[in-house]
Design a protein around this ligand. Structure first.
Ligand code: FES
Length: 175
């Protein structure tokens, strides 16, 4: 797979923001573009971004694997990241995750049978006081997620239009 001319143009725009000998500084932006367009960053994409930016493939892989907002595999249309770090654990973060696993009939890290929802645990989302918290599609924070609010969220998601292909919806409206 090679990137399209449109994708390469977007890469070039990002690279142009940095001095000519520092193209590597655009690596995160280029990976974000890949994910926006393809839904995830494959090993092949990492290698191509590395070649484009003139950096070792392992250095690109280190970026992809350090930040959990980069998906390394295809996910559902909706990605739910539930925080289970210690402050949230003390305020029902694990309970919220377990409840969602049961409701959605998935293991942590799995995707629902209809392919719509991927459920994952996450590191601290910076909203410890609002626990339990979860992030929808890397963008939308949901706070104080009691079981009732989790039910409302699932219902809201299930009422969203089905996208036939990636990329996923950017977000949903959630009261
Ligand atoms: S520990 Fe969960 S948001 Fe900080």
């Amino acid at each position: 797979m090679n990137f399209s001319a449109a994708t390469l143009a977007r890469f070039a725009k990002e690279v142009a923001k940095y001095p000519s000998d520092q193209a590597q500084s655009a690596v995160m932006a280029c990976l974000a573009i890949v994910q926006q367009e393809l839904g995830f960053v494959s090993a092949e994409s990492e290698q191509q971004v590395a070649a484009y930016l003139g950096m070792p493939p392992i250095a690109v892989h280190e970026v992809t694997t350090f930040y959990n907002m980069y998906n390394q595999r295809p996910l559902g249309q909706f990605k739910l990241n539930v925080c289970t770090n210690l402050p949230c654990q003390l305020r029902n973060g694990e309970t919220a995750l377990a409840y969602l696993c049961e409701r959605l009939k998935v293991e942590e890290g799995g995707t629902t049978a209809d392919g719509r929802i991927t459920l994952q645990k996450s590191e601290c989302l910076g909203a410890c006081a609002d626990a339990p918290v979860l992030l929808v599609n890397d963008r939308q924070m949901c706070s104080y997620m009691t079981h009732d609010k989790l039910d409302d969220l699932i219902e809201l998601i299930q009422n969203q239009p089905v996208l036939s292909s990636q990329p996923r919806a950017e977000g949903i409206s959630h009261a």
